[in-house]
Design a protein around this ligand. Sequence first.
Ligand code: HEC
Length: 112
Amino acid sequence: MTRYPLWQSIFFLVALFVAQAADAALDNASAQAMMQKSGCAACHAIDKKVVGPAYQDVAAKYKGDKDALAKLSDKVKKGGVGVWGEVPMPPNVQVSDADIKDLVGWILTLKK
Ligand code: HEC
């Protein structure tokens, strides 16, 4: 088995810490990576309508709505239709509740 020098272990721990800190407050880069990973990017973009509404439009629509985070997280999980048109969003069951909440929380902060 390979023995790793101490500095390498330290580097690894720091990298792990940075990754977790980034997850706690989702910045644009990690949010967009998560969008890709979770499949949202196939139907959504930040500033234009694709299959689903632009995330900036979603943020504007729910501005000041205190229930938006819970309501939209639930909708992303289960899917739904009728708010933005006739095209349904399918359920996103492959994405964890925590990731959905992080994503929706980030979406709601977006501005034009
Ligand atoms: C297959 C396409 C598709 C995928 C994949 C998809 N969406 Fe959607 N999304 C839609 C459509 C279409 C709507 C509009 C639904 C409606 O009109 O009620 C929508 C609506 C939304 C809304 C607004 C809901 C509302 O009621 O106002 C949010 C927030 C959202 N999507 C987030 C996500 C996130 C986060 C993901 C990834 C985990 C995701 N979507 C994946 C197509 C998709």
